[in-house]
Write a protein that binds this ligand. Structure first.
Ligand code: SAM
Ligand code: ZN
Length: 321
């Protein structure tokens, strides 16, 4: 099979760990026109791509999941969670935007027994719920003693949560970024979780993947994810080992080198295009010898070549006459 020169020079620009594809262009814009955010193939956003990697890192701890509760399932996360092979994979949502679920209900009142859930995933839901503490208490209640929750919310570090469930849509849009959000979380998010009986561990793309891999998969390097586990009484579980490793540093070095080589390829493409333009200009000059001499590029010495070609043509015309 042969490839055209441009396809040879097309190089990977992004990798989507949600659908396992290399993409040779930037990702598409995301919600609100955010550039380079959405995978053209599976439509994953930054959070889904980091989730895909985080889940594979955590998967050795998740090899025997009896009950998995996916709150507000997305077409990007459900297949990834499906691969865990949980004996029961329950999807729950309030039904605001017609997701396919098993349980139509609220996270503030989960129809499951205490201590029954091995893995609970809840991304970008708590900021929609007026009584978020009730939802957090439910998470703590249903999680098994060695169960794990993976949570994410819109979060502004260094601020206090800004909330107002009674605000009108316009105000919500302005203050919380979406008309159906009732708050924007700040640092006290973690205190809220703790007050509901959850032990917390923060994790970010930067801390787990390093800088380069975060760029390749277009994950927001500092977008926080919280791993939560029930903190029964004084017993706070040991943190899970999901921090940066020597492997991460190796990826960083390798991907950094690929990025550098891509820069060189881009420069070479630029040079190639300039040479092609020069060639076309010279062809034009040779084909139309009477036309005024086109401007030469300073570096090419093309003017000399054109003059020589014209002189040769003039001589040969002279001879014919
Ligand atoms: C932004 S979407 C979630 C997106 C999805 N989890 C993801 O990461 O792509 C917010 C969802 O929260 C759901 N929701 C709002 N209040 C809820 C509640 N009390 N219990 C369960 N789901 C709720 C809405 O129905 C909506 O589907
Ligand atoms: Zn994808």
């Amino acid at each position: 099979m042969t490839s055209s020169p441009s396809s040879i020079l097309d190089f990977p620009r992004r990798y989507c760990p949600t659908c396992d594809r290399i993409v040779t262009k930037d990702f598409r814009p995301g919600p609100g026109g955010r550039p380079d955010a959405s995978c053209p193939r599976c439509r994953s956003l930054e959070r889904h791509r980091f989730f895909a990697i985080l889940l594979s890192v955590l998967s050795p701890l998740l090899d025997d999941v009896d009950l998995l509760l996916e709150v507000s399932p997305s077409p990007q996360t459900t297949p990834l969670l499906g691969r865990l092979g949980a004996r029961t994979h329950l999807k729950l949502d309030l039904g605001a935007d017609n997701r396919r679920v098993d349980v139509l209900g609220s996270l503030t009142d989960v129809p499951l027994a205490d201590d029954s859930v091995d893995l609970l995933v809840c991304y970008h839901v708590l900021e929609h719920i007026p009584d978020d503490l009730a939802a957090m208490r439910e998470i703590a209640r249903v999680l098994a003693p060695d169960g794990l929750g993976i949570l994410q919310v819109p979060f502004r570090p260094g601020t206090v949560t800004d909330e107002d469930p009674s605000a009108g849509e316009e105000e919500r849009l302005r203050r919380f970024g979406q008309a159906d959000h009732v708050r924007y979380y700040g640092d006290d998010f973690e205190d809220r979780l703790a007050s509901c009986g959850l032990a917390i561990q923060r994790i970010t793309p930067r801390s787990l993947l390093g800088e380069e891999m975060s760029t390749w998969v277009r994950a927001e390097p500092d977008e926080m994810v919280w791993l939560v586990r029930p903190a029964t009484g004084a017993a706070v579980p040991e943190p899970l080992v999901v921090t940066s490793t020597a492997l991460t540093r190796t990826f960083d070095a390798m991907l950094g080198e690929i990025t550098r080589l891509q820069g060189e390829v881009l420069q070479a493409r630029g040079r190639l295009e300039r040479v092609r333009a020069e060639r076309d200009r010279l062809r034009g000059a040779v084909a139309a010898p009477g036309a005024p001499a086109p401007a030469a590029t300073p570096a090419s010495g093309a003017r000399r070549v054109v003059r020589r070609v014209r002189a040769m043509r003039g001589r040969s015309r002279g001879r014919a006459d």
